[in-house]
Design a protein around this ligand. Structure first.
Ligand code: ATP
Length: 239
């Protein structure tokens, strides 16, 4: 559905951040993008959402060049950013969700129905009239996800979705991600959390230093995790 083919991205002063990256996000599947800090996960998400120019290679949506389908294709691809403050800027939660729907030409009744459905799904019904800036981090994260799901994109790209969430919020998030798979959405989850991708992903791509070093179904071989600095071997305090 959404494919990166041999993608290269360079950033000024940094050099090549993505090196010949190929990856496919398929409908009805959860694709894990696993990599340590600085591997290039956010950069790849931005490129696959058409928000960053690539230097070489291709990004394809349904087999056709994504960039030639912009800006229309942006509605088909939702990005849930790592920091919810990067995507929330309306006064109240309800305004935030309605704003996302303003471009779709829906009736007021249809808009309210969508807001009600997504709010129930993410457990934010009681937050709808609250000012966004006064929400907790976990609440903001749920609102940020709702503001994407409310316009019903076919592809949803999550950047470090479980960072800074407590166990209950992680459970709610995983339920949401699994529900998207049941709805036949194409889902990408970028994270450094090996346990998370091992539990939910149908296929995993390991990204290390801008290159895909492994892809396949979990479990991920231990030597691949070690080579990508992802093995969980942090010791305690030295005596
Ligand atoms: N706008 C930018 N300007 C300069 N360098 C950048 C910029 N964005 C990313 N980089 C660099 O590109 C590399 C990849 O960054 P990226 O944010 O894509 O990695 P990541 O895998 O998402 O990391 P993390 O897990 O820490 O969020 C890093 O070395 C980062 O410092």
């Amino acid at each position: 559905m959404l494919t990166a083919e041999g993608v290269w991205v360079s950033l000024p002063g940094v050099g090549s951040v993505l090196k010949e990256v190929s990856l496919e996000v398929r409908a009805g599947e959860i694709t894990g993008l696993l990599g340590p800090n600085g591997a290039g996960k956010t950069t790849l998400i931005l490129a696959m959402a058409g928000l960053l120019k690539i230097e070489r290679g291709r990004i394809l949506l349904d087999g056709r060049d994504l960039y030639s389908q912009l800006p229309h294709a942006r509605r088909r691809i939702g990005v849930v950013f790592q920091d919810p403050d990067d995507q929330l800027f309306n006064p109240t939660v309800r305004d935030e969700l309605l704003f996302a729907l303003d471009q779709l030409g829906l009736s007021s009744k249809e808009k309210e129905e969508r807001v009600a459905r997504v709010s129930a799904q993410l457990g934010i019904e009681d937050l709808l009239e609250r000012p966004v800036h006064a929400l907790s981090f976990g609440e903001k994260r749920r609102v940020a996800i709702a503001s994407i799901l409310v316009y019903d994109p076919e592809v949803v790209l999550f950047d470090e979705p479980t960072a800074n969430l407590d166990a209950r919020s992680v459970k709610l998030l995983l339920d949401t991600i699994c529900e998207l798979r049941r709805e036949r959405k194409a889902v990408l989850v970028a994270t450094h959390d090996v346990e998370l991708v091992s539990r939910v992903a149908d296929r995993v791509f390991v990204l290390y230093d801008g290159r895909i070093t492994w892809s396949g179904s979990p479990p991920i071989p231990r030597e691949i995790l070690e080579d990508a600095s992802l093995s969980n071997s942090v010791g305690g305090c030295a005596e």
